[in-house]
Design a protein around this ligand. Structure first.
Ligand SMILES: [Zn+2]
Length: 328
């Protein structure tokens, strides 16, 4: 409890030092007009010497908070001592500052759901929020801290203890030519949204063990990679992936586990053939697992490989040359 209070107070103090804007437009009055990275034209901050020399420096010097508009032109005309080029500069300044104030105001108006008083957080009705009821989501909302990664992305990074270029991973998924169902499965697995036995065990619907080998927990990485059944499939598929990578991309697949679980993503547009193969293979691993789980029918390895090859050929028909098709 004490730790929580301390954390919140310290964080508030820190926020005050880095951000002067609290949601009230008047708090912008003290902000400088020039050299301010938010008051920009073509992404560059402004600097007009004639204005600074005439002591027009802060937002307050040109903005009328009552009217919520810039002060009238004749008023600024009186203030500026050096009038060369002033009309052009004044027009730019007016446009940039109006945009700045409006952007800032819109940004924060909707955010304030909580108030901090004497080390306690209260909701807008003045009710104390118990620290046990405070959720991460509330803190994120109060402080407008954006979490930059999706949950699924974080989970994969924890599994591999490595950071990934997620933009490229998502692009690779989009650019692959795999069938829609294979893409959807890969999309779900990137989001950790597949009901593996392990996931089902967390809500009490399974013992969590792998359907096929029954020896280990069926997590996503077990299902699609570690399981001996998945390994048997990859044993036949990986040599093909290697050949395609070397022949078409002059690239050697360094980490086949990451490649099979997340897709090959270093250059999304040219990895599409490899990703098509990977996604189709995963789809058939998933399909054979489900056939076994629900129908107790066992698809043998040869049959699965044949299905993957046919499916890849169908998907790639118009996208690759004879050399690639011959590999299958
Ligand atoms: Zn298994």
């Amino acid at each position: 409890m004490f730790f929580y209070d301390k954390l919140i107070t310290d964080w508030m103090k820190f926020r005050k030092t880095v951000q002067t804007f609290t949601g009230d437009p008047i708090s912008l009055a003290d902000n400088t007009l020039f050299g301010n990275c938010h008051v920009t034209i073509n992404n560059k901050p402004l600097f007009f010497e004639s204005f600074t020399k005439s002591n027009v420096i802060k937002v307050d010097d040109i903005w009328d908070f009552k009217r919520n508009a810039c002060i009238p032109d004749n008023e600024i005309f009186q203030k500026i001592k050096f009038k060369r080029n002033w009309i052009c500069e004044w027009s730019s300044l007016k446009a940039c500052v109006s945009k700045y104030i409006n952007d800032k105001t819109n940004e924060t108006v909707h955010k304030q759901k909580f108030k901090l008083k004497s080390n306690k957080l209260f909701d807008l009705k003045g009710k104390l929020i118990q620290h046990t009821k405070l959720k991460m989501r509330d803190i994120v909302e109060v402080y407008n801290v954006k979490t930059t990664k999706l949950n699924g992305e974080n989970k994969w990074e924890n599994i591999f203890e490595k950071q990934f270029h997620w933009n490229k991973i998502w692009q690779s998924l989009g650019k692959s030519k795999a069938s829609l169902k294979a893409k959807q499965l890969h999309w779900k697995s990137l989001h950790h949204a597949i009901f593996t036995e392990h996931k089902l065990s967390l809500i009490g619907y399974s013992n969590g063990m792998c359907v096929l080998c029954t020896k280990q927990r069926e997590t996503l990485q077990h299902l699609f990679w570690e399981c001996s059944y998945a390994q048997a499939i990859w044993e036949s598929i990986l040599p093909i992936l290697d050949k395609v990578a070397i022949n078409t991309l002059e690239y050697e697949i360094e980490n086949p586990k990451i490649c099979c679980l997340l897709g090959l993503y270093f250059k999304p547009s040219i990895c599409k053939i490899i990703n098509t193969i990977i996604l189709e293979a995963k789809w058939f691993i998933w399909k054979s697992r489900n056939i076994y789980k629900y129908e107790k029918r066992y698809m043998n390895k040869k049959h699965i490989i044949a299905c993957i090859k046919t499916s890849v050929k169908d998907q790639l028909k118009s996208h690759c040359d004879q050399f690639l098709l011959d590999l299958f």
